[in-house]
Ligand binder design. Structure first.
Ligand SMILES: C[S@@+](CC[C@H](N)C(=O)[O-])C[C@H]1O[C@@H](n2cnc3c(N)ncnc32)[C@H](O)[C@@H]1O
Length: 293
């Protein structure tokens, strides 16, 4: 007799296999990273899924989308291979891919976030403007912000020396090397004051203790009128989606926050104008708060 769990397990293995290989096909086709035969077969598979990768993909950035497709494959491979999944143990390729995927956040921020945040567009455009990028990783997001805002200097902070080594290479190879500054530091020891018009922190990657200790410091680091922006999971009540977000966060070693918890955290450190912004499918939830309001 087949139990319901056995049936569901078979179903999951079939749909998961299909999902993993379809993401691999998307990566190969968009990054043009396979042999000609592999690319043709990948394009065919995507075609069968209703995706013409040779057509205009509209607002999707091809390199960013390729990285976004590859990132879960590389990260889950690290988890299931038994290497553990702590960020420190990720391969360079996984770190660089996650960086490229996260860099799409800068353009998405300009499209979805900036128009909703009073005063920020002007502040980011002012000569001498500074942004804080906590958990800067390989600095792909920091570089993307600096490219989008020509007057902005981005201070990228991370705890991992090895990752900061990769970041230094990426910054040096960019056109904005004079406006991205890297610093090895834990957010829980941040001591900048009134310095930044914008401060970003990705909660799913920052352990709960560091987040608790770091948030009041992050709030103090904001210039008057400056905005804090917290990335977090989407917990909209769908049991599978919510459990998936929690599982990823546990694997990353970070903090699971829903919209209400993220909003409360920002109010608790004295920020005002607190709200959770709408973000596109596949992007993290983003909750913001403003200093002095
Ligand atoms: C997913 S990565 C960010 C990717 C990044 N946007 C990029 O462009 O590569 C998250 C980073 O947060 C860092 N992190 C985790 N806890 C931290 C803490 N307490 N203080 C500072 N950085 C931290 C991790 O080391 C990791 O590099």
């Amino acid at each position: 007799m087949t139990t319901q769990s056995a049936e569901q397990t078979r179903h999951l293995m079939q749909s998961g296999d299909r999902g993993a290989w379809s993401l691999a096909a998307l990566t190969v086709a968009l990054a043009e990273s396979g042999s000609e035969e592999q690319m043709r077969a990948a394009v065919d598979l995507l075609g069968a899924l209703g995706i013409d990768v040779r057509a205009d993909l509209g607002e999707l950035d091809r390199a960013g989308a390729a990285a976004q497709a590859a990132a879960p494959l590389l990260q889950t491979a690290a988890l299931v291979s038994g290497d553990g999944m702590l960020w420190a143990g990720q391969s360079n390729e996984a770190l660089l891919t996650q960086g490229r995927a996260s860099a799409q956040g800068a353009a998405a921020f300009v499209q979805f976030g900036l128009p909703r945040l009073p005063g920020l567009a002007e502040a980011l455009a002012r000569p001498g403007a500074r942004m804080l990028d906590i958990g800067t990783g390989v600095a792909a997001l920091a570089v993307a912000y600096a490219e989008l805002f020509p007057e902005l200097t981005v201070i990228g902070v991370d705890v991992l020396p090895h990752v900061l080594g990769l970041a230094a290479e990426i910054v040096a190879a960019s056109t904005v090397a004079d406006r991205v500054v890297l610093r090895e530091q834990d957010v829980s020891t941040l001591d900048d004051e009134a310095a930044y018009v914008l401060a970003w922190i990705p909660a799913p990657f920052v352990p709960p203790g560091a987040l608790r200790a770091g948030m009041p410091r992050l709030a103090r680091a904001l210039a008057p009128g400056g905005w804090a922006m917290v990335g977090h999971g989407k917990y909209a009540g769908d049991p599978v989606e919510d459990a998936l977000s929690r599982f990823k966060t546990v694997a990353y070693g970070g903090t699971a926050l829903n919209d209400d918890q993220a909003q409360q955290m920002l109010r608790d450190v004295g920020l005002g104008n607190v709200m959770t912004l709408p973000t596109p499918l596949g992007a993290p939830a983003i909750t913001v708060g403003r200093n002095g309001f």
